[in-house]
Design a protein around this ligand. Structure first.
Ligand code: NAD
Length: 469
């Protein structure tokens, strides 16, 4: 029998401090410390996701018409793979690691080692574009690390957040809780003292989170956004570059932190790139984009107005697409040839299926334009067939990650550590880092009492002889 969609219910702000206290006392009682407990909770999480697969897919469709194919790949299958991987590896990763060869302190007898200790109470704040994955993946890390946690999913995807709430309710309620809501609820959460905050969302709000965390010296893992450039040099296969870049703009309707924002294309490649882009769209969406079940909508009305506004503000030429429909929050996949770097499309994270293209004479100029955008992007994409050129572009510009001759692929593997640099964030998780980011590495040395005689060189009075020992 199909389950009914749960209701999205905002958490009363006044209940947040007592909830925080409850999770603190659970942590202080060491309830979440034993590995058996963590594995049991991970197992419960796995089954809660499995049991709610259909609801999750229905909720994501209700929120922004996300196609099932994409839900399966980036939410359901992703999370199940990650939680199973964590259950498989946790005992090994959580073991004390022996430390070798520390001069003066190491002996055969005091056996220094690195212990992975839980941090405490973790706050996880999520974005709207992968509203289940980007809160539940860090939660897997928080559980594995032996922490208690509060999850604050996006209020812009109420159906998905309600299903995420149901999934988390399958866990021990004394250790894991959900706070639903928007700015007032998040502001209250940020007023409290946490042992770690994991925030995924815009750079603008990332600054608010970092400032709030700084008051309590709370460590933060910030997964932020940015303007991701695509470079198509004279040596590239521009038709394939266009095909792959178009895919990067269709998936999740371009609402991905690593989606290409703009393309800098060499003049000799312009025609092939434009033709390749248009050709790719007609292959991916043979009946056109409007009404297709294979592309998501824009997540909410405000974001729809923002992307529509960018299309109205640009001084560039729309080469394909440009259609919008307010009722379904639909933006047609669009390629815009802009005239200069000052164009609005070159200066804002587009976060929709719109791509800006600027024709640029050479690689040096491309680099200077991309660097001139000011902030360090989360990703960059280099289409070039020459190794030296690829290296030059990579060294010339910082970014969280890079794909060469492709887009987004470096970030599509559950096991490859992922994170930003500079304004695109700091800290990382995925693979073993999903565990490492949720523990404190605590060196432990245990000195035998009988070894005292061998340690005499460290005590004063110092003599030249003692250094020779
Ligand atoms: P957002 O910044 O608007 O919201 C993210 C979270 O912050 C939500 O839970 C929201 O309730 C909360 N929030 C919003 N305004 C706040 C305020 N003033 N004070 C306190 N909390 C507030 O982001 P979004 O629109 O949901 O997501 C899109 C952004 O997230 C894009 O910039 C995208 O690049 C980024 N993103 C980054 C990654 C990554 O891994 N680096 C992944 C996904 C999305």
């Amino acid at each position: 029998m199909a389950s009914q969609m749960p209701m999205f219910v905002e958490t009363p702000v006044a209940t947040i401090p007592p909830l925080h206290n409850r999770l603190h006392s659970t942590f202080s009682m060491l309830k979440t410390y034993p590995l058996e407990y963590r594995l049991e909770q991970l197992n419960k999480l796995y089954w809660a996701i499995k049991d709610n697969e259909q609801l999750l897919a229905d909720a994501l469709h209700a929120d922004f018409r996300k196609p099932y194919h994409e839900v399966y790949l980036t939410e359901i299958n992703w999370l199940e793979t990650v939680v199973l991987g964590m259950m498989k590896n946790l005992r090994e990763w959580a073991k004390d690691q022996p430390i070798k060869g520390v001069p003066m302190t190491t002996s055969l007898f005091n056996k220094p080692k690195m212990r992975s200790e839980p941090l405490g109470v973790v706050l996880i704040i999520g974005p709207s574009n992968f509203p289940a994955q980007l809160v539940l993946h860090p939660l897997i890390g928080a559980i594995a690390g032996g922490n208690t946690a509060v999850v604050k999913p996006s209020e812009l995807t109420p159906n998905t957040s309600a299903v995420v709430t149901r999934i988390i309710e399958a866990l021990d309620p004394s250790a894991y809780a959900v706070v639903n809501g928007g700015i007032p609820e998040t502001t209250q959460l940020l007023d409290l003292k946490w042992d770690k905050i994991v925030y995924t969302g815009s750079t603008r709000v990332g600054r608010i989170v970092a400032a709030a965390a700084a008051k309590n010296l709370t460590p933060v893992l910030l997964e932020l956004g940015g303007l991701n450039p695509v470079f198509v040099t004279a040596s590239a296969n521009a038709a394939i570059a266009a095909k792959r870049t178009a895919w990067g703009k269709l998936h999740n309707a371009g609402q991905i932190c690593i989606a290409p924002n703009y393309v800098l294309v060499h003049p000799s490649q312009e025609q092939a790139f434009v033709q390749g882009f248009i050709q790719a769209l007609s292959t991916y969406l043979p009946n056109g984009a409007k009404g297709t079940p294979d592309m998501a909508s824009i997540i909410d009305g405000r974001s729809f107005e923002r992307v529509k506004g960018l299309l109205q503000t640009t001084k560039g030429t729309i080469l394909c697409g440009g259609g919008v429909d307010e009722r379904t929050r639909f933006i047609e996949p669009t390629l815009v040839k802009v005239n200069d770097v000052g164009d609005a499309l070159m200066n804002e994270e587009i976060f929709g299926p719109v791509l800006a293209m600027l024709v640029v004479d050479n690689v040096d100029e491309m680099l200077s334009i991309a660097r001139g955008a000011g902030e360090t992007p989360l990703a960059m994409y280099v289409f070039s067939s020459e190794k030296e050129e690829q290296e030059k572009l990579m060294r010339g510009m910082k970014s969280g990650g890079v794909s060469i001759n492709d887009v987004m692929l470096h970030a599509s593997m559950t096991d490859v550590p992922f994170g930003g640099v500079g304004e695109s964030g700091h800290g990382k998780y995925r693979g073993r880092d999903t565990f490492e980011s949720f523990v404190h590495k605590r060196p432990v040395l245990s000195q035998p009492m009988w070894i005292e005689k061998q340690l005499r060189l460290r005590y004063s009075p110092y003599t030249p002889e003692s250094l020779k020992m």
